[in-house]
Write a protein that binds this ligand. Structure first.
Ligand SMILES: [Fe+2]
Length: 400
């Protein structure tokens, strides 16, 4: 990214304009620059030790005495209090917030159909676990498409941690750090007897645990064993593509689901009284889709206003129709040592039913929160010299 400067000037609207060597112009508000004078961990350079927390600057109080470009930095002397601030030009360019530059820093999310995933490369488990460049390749794939496939994992219990730990701390749930997806006789299945993944029945497309305020982030499913017969196939669906299609095919449904939180619930046994409201389609301030929360099984009893009930179910039906379009589904029976990794805030998963008497089906799952993954991704991007990747604006996911 170019951070040479060909011109700079102080504007009357309390901004400093910088014309970069490539002709792009960025404008930085005085008050935005002044924030850099206040380091959140240590306070201001001129702040007395023990001083009470201070208010941010009032934009109207700020007066620039003069500014200059020196040694790769913008130097600003403030006439209102004689402070001097120094702003690295490369940093300014990377953080310029002019709309076009900010939009250019947003990650380009790539939608996919089932066929596209079916012909995508399988990554080698050991290579990804042991080699940082290969790991970074996996991170980029997940960043852009929300789904990746790996194979060659040793089929031993808790092997899944060797990969998931590379993403960040495992999320702890009432399943523990690692969940066992295995059909058990009811007397051994405890509170999950015949529920969801603890059953052998088919599971419809869903994101996990939409009944939490913040659902699990990056999901890992690794097969330890899988029975030879029919059924027990894993399915994945790009919720982002379904939502994009809904925006075109049924704008009214899209508007409803992206603006109105619906109620999700888990109350399947005496230990569960989870309720959360969340939008099924989450958009950011630019209107871009950044998350999907969707489940048939844990859609709770709705408490919408009376004039929203029918529109809600119409919209839900329209979204589900897009989700179940023939070309959306990716279908694969995970073989021992194969792993699907997917972004639970975007990608839905499902499973076909199976007959547990035909043999064991044993899959281990775990998850890492998306912010932990993104934090690790940025650190590795920096370490490998991909600074523009590290500065990318990544989607927040299906929150709120
Ligand atoms: Fe699930």
């Amino acid at each position: 990214m170019n951070h040479d400067v060909s011109a700079h000037s102080v504007q009357e609207d309390r901004r400093i304009a910088i014309t970069w060597g490539d002709g792009v112009v960025s404008r930085f508000h005085f008050v935005w620059l002044r924030q850099q004078h206040f380091h959140p961990a240590t306070g201001r350079a001129d702040q007395e030790p023990g001083a009470p927390l201070r208010l941010p600057d009032d934009p109207d109080d700020l007066i620039v005495g003069d500014c200059a470009i020196e040694d790769g930095c913008l130097m600003v002397r403030w006439a209102n209090d004689e402070a001097v601030t120094r702003h690295d030009l490369a940093w300014l360019r990377r953080n310029a917030y002019d709309r076009d530059l900010r939009l250019a820093r947003k990650v380009r999310q790539q939608t996919w159909t089932g066929d596209e995933v079916a012909v995508s490369d399988w990554l080698d488990w050991e290579q990804v676990v042991q080699d940082e460049t290969a790991l970074y390749g996996l991170f980029v794939t997940l960043r852009d498409s929300g789904v990746a496939r790996l194979r060659g994992a040793p089929t031993r219990r808790d092997e899944i941690r060797r990969l998931a730990d590379r993403f960040g701390a495992l999320r702890n749930t009432d399943f523990g750090l690692i969940g066992e997806i295995v059909s058990k006789p009811p007397e051994e299945a405890g509170r999950y007897a015949n529920i969801g993944s603890g059953s052998a029945g088919p599971l419809a497309a869903h994101t996990d645990e939409g009944w939490r305020y913040a659902p699990p982030g990056i999901n890992f499913h690794l097969a330890i064993e899988n029975m030879p017969g029919e059924g027990g196939e894993s399915m994945l669906f790009d919720g982002l593509l379904a939502a994009e299609r809904l925006r075109t095919s049924n704008p009214e449904a899209f508007a409803f689901l992206s603006s109105t939180p619906m109620r999700f619930a888990a109350e399947r046994n005496p230990q569960e009284r989870y309720y959360a409201h969340g939008r099924m389609i989450v958009t950011d301030r630019d209107g871009e889709i950044v998350g999907v929360r969707f489940s048939d099984r844990t859609l709770g009893v709705q408490d919408l206003d009376e004039d929203q009930i029918e529109p809600a179910y119409r919209a839900l039906r329209a979204f589900a129709s897009e989700m179940y379009a023939d070309d959306l589904v990716y279908r694969h029976k995970l073989q021992p040592g194969e792993c699907h990794v997917f972004d639970n805030h975007r990608v839905l998963h499902a499973r076909s039913g199976f007959d547990p008497s035909e043999g064991p089906r044993y899959i281990q799952q775990c998850s890492v929160d998306r912010e932990e993954f993104h934090n690790t991704y940025r650190q590795l991007a920096e370490k490998l010299g991909h600074e523009d990747d590290a500065a990318m604006i990544l989607p927040n996911g299906a929150l709120g």
